[in-house]
Design a protein around this ligand. Structure first.
Ligand code: MSP
Length: 537
């Protein structure tokens, strides 16, 4: 992502008619890990230093969909009561996932609705909105309008849910999307990372070539109570603003204030492939019409699936929040975060949620990886040096680092800044492997049998290991903040708030482990898991 002083990161705002599940938690987790990475990179710690933060991470709920009215009625509550109840569920789910969002927007809040009205008025003033006749198809399950051609191609059923499309003939306000075709194309050409991954970018470019039609941005208000839910068009109470237009504006409305305006434009909108067109075409066109800067990147990941099949209500195969909680309870929340981030559908390919894979990754990366490596090193420091970092020879450890591990930090930075989180954590994990290799190669436990002769060498080896683990732990912390904090406590190397990542990751630099520093053995960070055990539920 381009280097800017401020980094603004968003997730989709989720429909409140559903309960949160793995999909919602996953996208919000990607945003959380990215936000934590950028806070670390910039040394941005608002609360600790009193400085204005440099990172702003937003999530929230999309509440004006028709489905809210129908679900509320089915539960004998009002739409806003239903929205309150479910928005609270999303807040709880993201708190459980330890997501560090700076704000949570609900589209029923005044701070949002008042801004939406102002944006619509502005678009009207600029001549980008007109009243016209809409004849076409509506996908009620997705709240999405389809053109005649698209509807025909989809055999007149929803391409996402398979439910029949509904024919619509109505007067609507339209947004002049067609006027932005060339500008959008030019923007894509100039900004190769505007939509990621590449496969998704090509998909949008392909559709763009097919031409753009103006889109309805309002729906008629009738006697039907469903049609009364939403924000009314300015000066025309017979129309309400189409829920998608209302929802997209959340990204702008929340930071369009004197205190937050420096965050605009967003560094990345994390979304999944289902809502790509809205974010890659309609949203940028609206922003162009408003004369606002465009987000740097729309990152559209693939889907979590189960046994190769899409998760859906009808199949009842969602990985629910309860399942996620059971995994966190058994293996720790950070292990769950690790599995989701490193094995998830971040690229263009769907990922299967599999218990066998979870256990394999947990054992390989965590129990036998960072966990075991940190235990081995602290145990030896305890045994041979009474739990204190010994006097070591800087030149020895620097040489070892330079020859085996020095590329890990730059690889991590490059991958994380290109939003390839799995590759970033792979670079961090490679340091753990380097430590294991150093131990197997040099066998400090054998050398230690004659400390008189080999004491200095053992000291060098263990100091090098401990310092490499410290650096790995900093890089792993955006994914596993709690476990790494536990390690820092035990090793007496809690990073000073506000210290930027590159400074913290300087090997044998100002924040390095020091001779005499107490390194407590502590409990194992991750207990080994038995692959034969049944999945938690
Ligand atoms: N309200 C709209 C978004 C408006 S944004 C201005 C919406 N909401 S949603 O509740 O349906 O959430 C869709 C998003 O949830 C996806 O884009 C993705 O981020 C996440 N996921 C839902 N199911 C998913 C999977 N099976 N796998 C991964 N993430 C998916 O659309």
């Amino acid at each position: 992502m381009p280097e800017r002083a401020q980094t603004y990161i968003t997730t989709p705002i989720y429909y409140v008619n559903d309960r949160p599940h793995i999909g919602h938690c996953y996208t919000t987790l990607l945003a959380d890990v990215t936000a934590r990475f950028y806070r670390l990179l910039k040394g941005s710690t608002d609360t600790d230093t009193g400085r204005t933060p440099d990172v702003f991470f937003l999530t929230g709920t999309d509440e004006h969909a028709d489905k809210v009215v129908t679900s509320a009625a089915a539960h004998s509550v009002t739409p806003i009561q239903w929205a309150d109840q479910n928005a609270a569920e999303f807040k709880k789910a993201f708190a459980f996932m330890n997501c560090s969002n700076d704000d949570f927007i609900r589209t029923t809040e005044d701070r949002h609705t008042s801004k939406v009205l102002a944006y619509i008025r502005e678009l009207q003033k600029k001549g980008d909105i007109y009243l016209g006749d809409y004849v076409g198809w509506f996908d009620e399950s997705q709240e999405e309008y389809l053109t005649e051609t698209a509807a025909k191609e989809a055999n007149f059923v929803s391409p996402v849910t398979g439910k029949p499309l509904v024919k619509k003939v109505e007067k609507n306000y339209f947004f002049k999307l067609s006027a932005y075709q060339d500008k959008l194309k030019a923007h894509f050409d100039k900004n190769p990372t505007f939509v990621l991954p590449e496969a998704r970018r090509n998909e949008v470019l392909g559709r763009l070539r097919g031409g753009l039609q103006d889109i309805p941005i309002s729906r008629a208000v009738t006697a039907d109570p469903t049609s009364q839910w939403g924000i009314k068009m300015p000066d025309d109470p017979t129309h309400r603003i189409y829920v998608w237009i209302d929802a997209l504006f959340n990204y702008l409305s929340v930071v369009d204030t004197p205190e937050r305006k420096q965050f605009w434009p967003p560094a990345v909108h994390f979304i999944a492939k289902d809502i790509l067109w809205f974010h890659a075409v309609i949203w940028p066109a609206l922003l162009m019409a408003l004369g606002r800067a465009l987000p740097a990147t729309v990152y559209s990941h693939a889907y979590w699936v189960r046994d190769g099949r899409k998760m859906s209500k009808s199949l009842g195969n969602f990985v629910t929040i309860e399942v996620l909680k059971a995994y966190a309870q058994k293996y720790s929340l950070d292990a769950l975060r690790w599995y989701l981030v490193t094995q998830g559908p971040q690229g263009a390919t769907d990922a299967d949620f599999s218990h066998a894979k979870f256990v394999e990754v947990y054992n390989a990366d965590l129990a036998n990886g960072i966990g075991n490596c940190a235990s081995r090193v602290s145990n030896m420091i305890e045994k041979y040096f009474e739990g204190k970092v010994p006097e070591f020879q800087s030149t020895w450890i620097d040489r070892r680092w330079e020859t085996t591990s020095a590329d890990a930090v730059p690889r991590y930075l490059e991958a994380a800044q290109s939003l390839d989180l799995a590759a970033a954590f792979e670079a961090a994990s490679s340091l753990i492997k380097d430590v294991d290799d150093l131990i197997s190669e040099t066998k400090p436990f054998t050398l230690a049998k004659d400390m008189q002769a080999n004491g200095q060498e053992v000291a060098n080896i263990l100091a090098c290991c401990a310092e490499s683990i410290r650096i790995a732990s900093i890089m792993l912390s955006p994914a596993m903040p709690q476990k790494m904090a536990e390690l820092w406590q035990a090793w007496n190397c809690v990073p000073a708030p506000g210290t930027p990542l590159q400074e913290l990751c300087a090997f044998n630099g100002p924040h390095a482990i020091k001779p005499g520093q107490r390194i407590a053995k502590g409990a194992a960070l991750f207990m080994r898991a038995d692959p034969a055990e049944t999945p938690p539920a």
